[in-house]
Design a protein around this ligand. Structure first.
Ligand code: ATP
Ligand code: MG
Length: 430
């Protein structure tokens, strides 16, 4: 048998030799199922890919569930590798694709409310029953061309319903992350949550135990990256999950600005819209942003972008019309501008249109033209390099943006003038 090193070598070879996948993800998964069945095992597509296909959506990936044990999978697919943390899940590479193959399993007790303490290998029916929602508990035999439904998933797909498999209270208690998964699937597909499942969520909403902030953050990120983000926000608030998710409670405020956000909106922009919905544009919004940073485990970049979105959009709404040409150009050329403008649009369409028109006007003379001079030029003109260079160059560039100067010579003259002014007013020389 190949050592792990041999295997990654041969994978690298395969990558080099086939820059493009030779098979589609589905073809590779069908091949995998066929090989397993030919070896005498039960093997099906499982979970999300079956659901997506029945809904007429293209699945992102195809998971295979089988009666074959990991060592048997390894024998059939010598190059298969075990997935790190999930015991017994194997990755089969074929045709430039990777297919996840998992042995039918039941989960042991969840003493920590998040991870099963152990897994036991079992049959397809029990494997379906350990899954979260009926629409996620379907199997498909792509060789025989039939759906295998132990949990009523097809009925709930037709009814557009998110329903926990088995006893809802028990299932949500054993893994609290499922509360957020229910909301995410409901919003994404515009399904409703079955009343009993919804009751179980409401009842368990106060109980944080066992969900890590990282996992909460990931779920919220996925909800907010979807076009139905406002439905997710409504649902979270309505089910009383906002307290757990955001560390604050407000069940009645309508996430209207969130719902007005056009695509594509970045995650921090969506959070900014939701912050404004829940807290208005005043200082309470800034306090909330700080709270959400911790609650959602935002990265530094995400938090900085959220802050920029809040600050720039408020500035656009209040100060923009009074700003000079140079300031307006600098803002319009800045990184946060486009997302901040999306936020303005969610508040006031007319303000948004006015700013857009103004930017089109400004673009005619260049929003961010190449500077006429650089620090090198200042040195060439006999100035000593130092901190005041930044102020001089900024002043010259403002004049360029305003259209007051148009040539290198004019720029150099102005630089000398500003340099003297700074020197005369006691600015720190270099
Ligand atoms: P997506 O398109 O978002 O990936 P998915 O249904 O494939 O949707 P995954 O999170 O990839 O969702 O999980 C794959 C399958 O594993 C699910 O369809 C479900 O059957 C099962 N599953 C995932 N998470 C859980 C969970 N927390 N509890 C029970 N079953 C789960
Ligand atoms: Mg998936």
């Amino acid at each position: 048998m190949a050592s792990p090193n041999d295997q990654s070598d041969s994978d690298d070879r395969e990558k080099r030799m086939s820059p493009r996948p030779r098979l589609s993800p589905r073809e590779a998964a069908v091949w995998t199922v066929t090989r397993l069945q030919q070896a005498g095992f039960a093997a099906y597509f499982a979970g999300g890919c079956v659901r997506d296909q029945l809904m007429g959506r293209e699945p992102t990936d195809y998971d295979v569930a089988t009666s074959a044990r990991p060592e048997e999978i390894q024998r059939i697919f010598p190059r298969a590798r075990a997935v790190g943390e999930s015991f017994g899940v194997m990755l089969v590479r074929h045709g430039g694709q990777t297919v996840e193959v998992a042995t039918f399993r039941t989960d042991g007790p969840y003493s920590d409310g998040r991870h099963p303490d152990e897994v036991h290998f079992t049959d397809a029916e029990h494997d379906a029953q350990r899954r979260d929602f009926t629409i996620n508990g379907l199997f498909e035999d792509p060789v025989a061309g039939r759906i295998i439904d132990f949990v009523g998933g097809q009925r709930d797909l037709k009814a557009r319903c998110i329903r926990a498999i088995g006893d809802a209270h028990e299932r949500l208690r054993e893994d609290r992350l499922r509360m957020l998964r229910a909301v995410r699937f409901a919003a994404r597909f515009a399904f409703s949550i079955d009343p009993e499942t919804a009751d179980a969520i409401r009842e368990g909403a106060g109980n944080l135990k066992g969900i890590s902030r990282e996992r909460i953050g990931q779920e919220i990120r996925r909800m907010m990256m979807n076009a139905n983000r406002a439905v997710a926000a409504w649902e979270l608030q309505y089910l009383g999950l906002d307290e757990l998710v955001l560390g604050e409670s407000n069940r009645t405020v309508a996430p209207t600005r969130l719902g007005q956000l056009p695509e594509p909106a970045a995650y921090p922009t969506a959070l900014a819209a939701w912050v404004f919905d829940r807290h208005g544009e005043g200082t309470e919004a800034d306090r909330a942003a700080r709270r959400w940073r911790k609650a959602l485990m935002l990265s530094n970049t995400e938090y900085d972008t959220l802050r920029d979105c809040l600050d720039y959009s408020r500035a656009l709404r209040s100060a923009w019309p009074r700003l000079g040409v140079a300031r307006q150009k600098r803002i319009a050329a800045s990184a946060p501008f486009e997302q901040a403008l999306l936020l303005v649009q969610t508040a006031d369409r007319q303000e948004f249109i006015d700013i857009r028109r103004r930017v089109l006007e400004l673009e005619k003379t260049g929003l961010a033209p190449e500077p006429l001079i650089s620090g090198e030029d200042l040195i060439g003109a006999g100035m000593k390099p130092g901190p005041r260079f930044r102020r001089i160059l900024d002043g010259v560039y403002d004049a360029q943006l305003e259209g007051q100067i148009g040539s290198r010579e004019e720029a150099l003259d102005l630089a000398v003038l500003i340099g003297r002014t700074i020197g005369a007013s006691g600015g720190k020389g270099g």
